[in-house]
Structure formats: structure tokens, C-alpha cells
Design a protein around this ligand. Structure first.
Ligand code: CDT
Length: 301
């Protein structure tokens, strides 16, 4: 049976004072730890290169632009891809992407997938962009909808290093459609990066459920779509805001097979048996045989 050793590379906070070379150095160190443990495919968090800047209202375009990558890789991020090639490990990483469209700038919350040759295999742009464009009274400031357009690349699945890999970013992981689209597109593994605030001003009564609501949809998504999931958090106290950890690897059975225990830079790995996908399909989820797409039309309206 086919196996792959997966790594979820959690990051502690990336303060706004951190330079790109400093962050890239941390990422390379995490990749080295993953490879040393025998992993050949790793996932880093959403917006891994910067602080989670949508927590701020930024009016100055020059100040905003420093958080975005105008190309990926570039001179500052290339050492990470060089490390992947040296270590023979693929990875996914989230970053803010800027696309110059004539005079206009298009901005996306993006994840790139890089293969074990250090080549970019493809991009995913976050579909479910949460928050608002303007701060709202009584609501934790979360301005992703001001800083990112909704993704326009669909739910692609990439063939890398003999694996079929789909990507998702943070809020995407809460939506069943994300996993079902990736499953239908042939994914065996879904790599997810996230930045999730621990406390929300609008719902203090949900504070104790933040980790449950992190794992619940990912475990259900893995089980109901017979995929392996590896998910990496940016965790800890970042520029004064607490972010949850809980990075993990989840089997197609819905079981968490590896779980981070800190709020710091930490690597968890698991030797994933891809044969479990077929087993779980045989038991319950023979999609071609049992699905009723003609009865699901409401979902697409
Ligand atoms: N980064 C991200 O998508 N975070 C969201 C928080 C949304 S609160 C408005 C999440 O789903 O974790």
C-alpha cells in the first residue's frame, strides 16, 4: 500500500517587527525538522510570511503593500524552495499575493504548493474570505474582505511527487463544500493553513469551543470525503492577539493521528497510509455508486 509521511509545521507568532529573511529562516528550520523525521510533504500556516495583518485597519497603501508578495518565489523566499529541493520535501505555504493588473492591484489570500524539486506546482486562492471591509461595532476587527478578493482559481488538485494534493485556507476548513469539491477533483490529501483568533468580541460564550470548532469540521471533512488532512496553525500571542494552535494530521477515518501540544514553532508528523482511503470508500463512501447529485441541486443555488 502507498504511504507518505506528512508534516504539519506549526508556527508561533510572527510579530510585525520580524523581517522576511528572519521568517524564512524559521520556515527552513521547520522544514529541516520535518525532513529529519522522514516527512516528504509539509504544510505551513496561512499568511506564514507575515503577521496576520487583517486584524488592523490600514489606510496607507504603501504600509499595506509590504505584507504582499508581488511574485512567488522571489529573492527573499527562494531559499525556502532551495531547502525543499535539498531536503527532498514538498510543502504548501500561505502568503498574501498581489497581482498587478494594469494600473490596478488584485490581492488574494493565497497558498502555493511546491514539489520536492523546489518547483511551484500551483496556487490556490482562498474561497471563503471571512470578516468585513470596515470595522463593525462590537465585532473583533477582521478585515480580510477589505484586503483580499475571493479566490478565482476553483478548488484545484495537483499531482505532485506521485500524490494528489488539494489546498485550503483557514475559514475554508469550516465549509463542507471545500472538502467535497477537492474530493470530487480527486484529492487524496488536503493541506490547510490557518490563523484563528482565540477570542471573538461578538461571541465570548464560544471561547471554550474554539479548538473543538477547529477540529470538528476538519475531522468530518476528512471522514466524509475519505481524504488525509494536514493542518498548520499560526499560534500564540501575535502582535497582542491570541491565536489558537492545535495543528494536526487527520486520517480518512476522522481520527486525529498527530497533534501539536504547544503554541510555538513545532513539527508533528505521521506516516499516512493512503490505502485507508480505499478502505473507507468501500465501507461507506463509494461516491459513484451512492451519491445523489440530482437531488442536491439546492446546494448549487
Ligand atoms: N483567517 C481566518 O480565516 N480566520 C477565521 C476567523 C474568522 S473570525 C471573523 C477562521 O475561520 O478561523
Amino acid at each position: 500500500t502507498r504511504r507518505v509521511k506528512l508534516a504539519a509545521c506549526q508556527m508561533g507568532p510572527v510579530q510585525s517587527s520580524a523581517s522576511r529573511p528572519e521568517v524564512v529562516g524559521r520556515l527552513i528550520h521547520l522544514l529541516e525538522r520535518a525532513a529529519k523525521d522522514g516527512a516528504t510533504l509539509a504544510v505551513f500556516p496561512e499568511l506564514a510570511l507575515t503577521t496576520f495583518f487583517p486584524r488592523w485597519e490600514i489606510d496607507n497603501e504603501t504600509k499595506l503593500d509590504v505584507f504582499y508578495e508581488a511574485s512567488f518565489p522571489n529573492a527573499e523566499t527562494q531559499p525556502l524552495l532551495d531547502a525543499a529541493r535539498r531536503l527532498r520535501i514538498g510543502f504548501a505555504i500561505g502568503f498574501a499575493e498581489m497581482v498587478q493588473d494594469g494600473a490596478a492591484k488584485q490581492r488574494f489570500n493565497t497558498m502555493a504548493l511546491v514539489d520536492a524539486e523546489g518547483q511551484v506546482a500551483g496556487l490556490y486562492r482562498k474561497m471563503h474570505v471571512p470578516g468585513s471591509e470596515m470595522p463593525e461595532p462590537g465585532v473583533t476587527v477582521h478585515l480580510e474582505r477589505r484586503y483580499f478578493a475571493p479566490g478565482n482559481l476553483g478548488f484545484p488538485v495537483f499531482d505532485i511527487d506521485g500524490l494528489r494534493v488539494g489546498l485550503a485556507l483557514c475559514n475554508d476548513r469550516r465549509w463542507p463544500e471545500t472538502y467535497r469539491m477537492l474530493c470530487l477533483n480527486g484529492a487524496e490529501i488536503v493541506l490547510i493553513g490557518y490563523n484563528t483568533p482565540l477570542l471573538l468580541d461578538e461571541a465570548p460564550q464560544l471561547a471554550h469551543l474554539r479548538m473543538f470548532h477547529n477540529h470538528l469540521p476538519m475531522q468530518a471533512g476528512a471522514y466524509q470525503n475519505t481524504v488525509w488532512v494536514a493542518a498548520a496553525a499560526k499560534a500564540g500571542l501575535e502582535d497582542g492577539q491570541a491565536l489558537i494552535g492545535g495543528s494536526c494530521i487527520i486520517a480518512p477515518t476522522g481520527e486525529i493521528t498527530a497533534l501539536a501540544t504547544s503554541l510555538a514553532d513545532e513539527v508533528v508528523t505521521y506516516d499516512a497510509d493512503l490505502g485507508l482511503i480505499e478502505t473507507c470508500r468501500r465501507v461507506n463512501f463509494d461516491f459513484a455508486r451512492y451519491r445523489r447529485p440530482d437531488q442536491y441541486r439546492r446546494i448549487c443555488e
